[in-house]
Design a protein around this ligand. Structure first.
Ligand code: NAD
Length: 362
């Protein structure tokens, strides 16, 4: 029986890269019935809403989605469609593997780590107070009355909630992920030395959860600033990283940089019994419609989706087909080349076609 999967093409380069990924998934032979729905600027034009309810309903029904990137309008009321989807569907774990593939431009070789980011709270919870508003002044006065803190009256305020529940849940997810994927070590990343009641709580939860896995998966802790340096100097020392939301966002781009850039960095947002797969990159609007960008991140995201659907053999075949095309160095998009104007670079759909050719040869 075919799997039912929601397909959200997204904005900018989203429709091109999701089309490439869809064709690759179909070429694996795994039967998928796609339920295509619009979110982002096309949805806004068609329905007046950036995130119509039908999108969330479709994912709730199908439990799995493949999603292209969606533009976040800067300075407008709506925070982010991407964050809204994760929050509405309670997709609390963001999984971002970072792997080097031979043939990719990178200063490193043989990196294979997975970053797991808490997706539901921290400074991304959306609790913000704008500078100058009456409620912001009230909040500032309240905070000042509760302690010895002085806050400038012309401040904006963002709140950083970190709970014991969500910290335990994400660390448990990281350990279970490690066990399931035969990984040896989980490193919890934090800034508990400074933020004792938020990151401190995250770290305490991590230590407690780690005890349940003693003898099965190794546990380490690292302070986020030191971790940033360690990742650049000794990325091979790490296996699975688990982080609160903001550090996870920043370090996942750092990890993407280690392995060759956003064009090849896949991702997944996972909750209990539901998952949305998407590349780490955004909608790169300047490349929209040019058939130019790298489809790899989206194709590898769809391989993660196949793995999640328990189509492990198809997932591995798809990843290996991508690996082969990259290592051959022929049918590659501009970003794999030394010069972005290299005339040998192929387009998005042509790179996907080369991957499909490998899949069909097996
Ligand atoms: P971006 O990732 O869209 O692009 C930054 C640069 O990275 C591009 O100019 C391009 O040089 C390169 N790049 C990105 N994807 C590539 C690919 N597949 N192949 C080759 N090169 C690629 O980041 P941005 O410009 O900061 O964001 C653009 C929009 O996307 C914003 O509105 C942002 O909010 C949104 N965004 C969405 C998501 C998401 O949907 N999950 C994630 C990040 C950003």
């Amino acid at each position: 029986m075919a799997y039912k999967v929601t397909l959200i093409p997204g904005d900018g380069i989203g429709p091109e890269v999701t089309l490439a990924a869809r064709k690759c998934v179909e070429a694996t032979g795994v039967a998928i019935e796609w339920d295509e729905v619009l979110a982002g600027s096309d949805a806004l034009k068609a329905t007046g809403e950036l995130l119509p309810k039908s999108v969330l309903d479709s994912v709730k029904k199908n439990k799995v989605a493949l999603k292209g990137p969606i533009i976040t309008p800067i300075g407008e009321g709506f925070r982010s469609v991407n964050v809204a989807i994760r929050q509405a569907l309670n997709l609390y774990a963001c999984v971002r593997p970072a792997k080097t593939y031979p043939g990719v431009k990178s200063n490193y070789r043989d990196i294979d780590l997975v970053l797991i980011r808490e997706n539901s709270e921290d400074l991304y919870a959306g609790i913000e107070f704008q500078e100058g508003l009456k409620e912001t002044q009230e909040l500032i006065s309240k905070i000042e009355s509760l302690g010895n803190n002085k806050i400038r009256p012309d401040s904006g305020i963002s709140i950083k909630p970190i709970s014991k529940f969500a910290s335990q849940r994400i660390v448990k997810f990281a350990f279970e992920y490690a066990l399931k994927h035969n990984r040896k070590k989980v490193t919890a990343v934090h800034k508990a030395n400074i933020m004792k009641f938020t990151d401190g709580l995250f770290l305490k939860a991590a230590r407690e959860v780690a005890l349940e896995y003693e003898g099965r998966v190794k546990f380490e802790e690292a302070i986020v600033d030191n971790m940033s340096m360690q990742l650049v100097q000794k990325p091979h020392n790490y296996d699975v990283l688990v982080l609160p939301n903001l550090y996870g966002d920043i370090l996942s781009d750092l990890c993407a940089g280690l392995v060759g850039g956003l064009g090849i960095a896949p991702g997944a947002n996972i909750g209990d019994g539901m998952a949305v797969f998407e590349a780490v990159h955004g909608s790169a609007p300047k490349y929209k419609g040019l058939n130019k960008v790298n489809p790899t991140a989206m194709i590898l995201s769809s391989a993660l989706m196949l793995d999640y659907l328990n189509e492990k053999e198809a997932a591995l075949r798809l990843e290996n087909a991508v690996k082969e095309v990259i290592s051959e160095g022929i049918s590659l998009t501009y970003d794999f080349k030394t010069s972005p104007n290299d005339p040998q670079a192929v387009g998005t759909q042509e790179m996907a076609a080369a991957i499909i050719k490998k899949l069909k040869k097996v």
